[in-house]
Design a protein around this ligand. Structure first.
Ligand SMILES: [Zn+2]
Length: 302
């Protein structure tokens, strides 16, 4: 559930969806912050927003706290609003927490706002709720059909890469058969990018038997830190069988994939968790593992 942090929505979400994870729209959050502190910060507002987004992108809760403390010290006039209103709900908007939650890639409530306008156009004032519901369903169905037809028609023209067709033959067969157009296009793009990386199995340091006891990673360029990733996995009573290091051949960018078993993995880029479509690092590791430590299945596409 993603809302604009309005008090009435928070209260009703607690009552109606008590077990649903409630996140806050970033666009509205930014608007609220601007409304309350932009005036007092004046010329330093631009610097503040830069520092704020840096804290937002923190790779772990510890890193978030460190950057947040710097933020409130650097901007004392904003400090009480930030500490009282924005910090307490950090697990509902900051990347270290939200990045590992499936949101179909959304970080704002923008899609719903657009749908609201469409509902207004389709509904008008004289239609019943059930008529609006039917009209919306018909529109969605028509859109998916059109999208699917255009993807199938252009599939050959857009996907001329024979290497890729070979490398991911069975995966592409499944995805073309069962996935929707957006997932198909995204999977193909990620496969294309995956060939620029290489995969290595990371060996635990001497004397360390379990990845959970090892948190000495220093990969701040990743989206969530590997230590935080492993903590999240262990917190769900699962353990990490292998840790794979996926490195880009020319930029040297490094990502880690924690393999829980052949069917479950988590990449620190969070694309699979947040968007629900496997990332290029997974496809690289998949092609490197040749069906051993990782397997593709349609459940990876949500
Ligand atoms: Zn990844």
């Amino acid at each position: 559930l993603m809302t604009d942090r309005h008090g009435s929505l928070i209260a009703s979400a607690l009552r109606v969806f008590p077990l649903t994870r409630h996140l806050y729209c970033l666009h509205h959050l930014k608007g609220n912050i601007a409304q309350h502190i932009q005036g007092s910060l004046q010329a330093s507002w631009a610097d503040f927003t830069q520092d704020f987004w840096k804290a937002y992108r923190a790779v772990s809760p510890d890193e978030f706290d460190r950057l947040w403390n710097e933020l409130v010290v650097r901007y004392p006039t904003a400090s009480s609003y930030l500490q009282e209103e924005i910090y307490p709900c950090r697990d509902r908007w900051a990347w270290a927490w939200v990045g590992t939650v499936f949101t179909a890639g959304s970080r704002t409530s923008g899609r719903v706002e657009v749908e609201n306008r469409v509902t207004g156009v389709l509904g008008g004032t004289k239609k019943s709720f059930s008529q609006v519901f039917d009209a919306l369903n018909a529109r969605t169905l028509e859109q998916s059909c059109n999208d699917m037809i255009s993807v199938r028609q252009s599939s050959r023209r857009q996907h001329p890469n024979a290497n890729l067709e070979n490398l991911f033959k069975t995966v592409l067969e499944q995805v073309r058969k069962y996935a929707g157009p957006y997932a198909l296009q995204t999977v193909y793009q990620q496969m294309e990018r995956s060939v620029y990386y290489k995969t290595e199995v990371v060996l635990p340091p001497q004397g360390v038997k379990d990845w959970g006891n090892f948190n000495n990673f220093d990969n701040d360029s990743a989206y969530v830190s590997t230590a935080w990733l492993i903590w999240l996995i262990r917190n769900r009573n699962m353990s990490v069988q292998h840790l794979l290091k996926v490195t880009h051949g020319s930029t040297g960018a490094v990502h880690y994939i924690a393999v829980i078993d052949a069917y479950q993995h988590v990449c620190d880029c969070c694309m699979g968790l947040s968007l629900g479509i496997p990332c290029r690092h997974f496809f690289q590791a998949l092609s490197a593992s040749r069906g051993k430590s990782l397997l593709f299945h349609m459940g990876l596409i949500r």
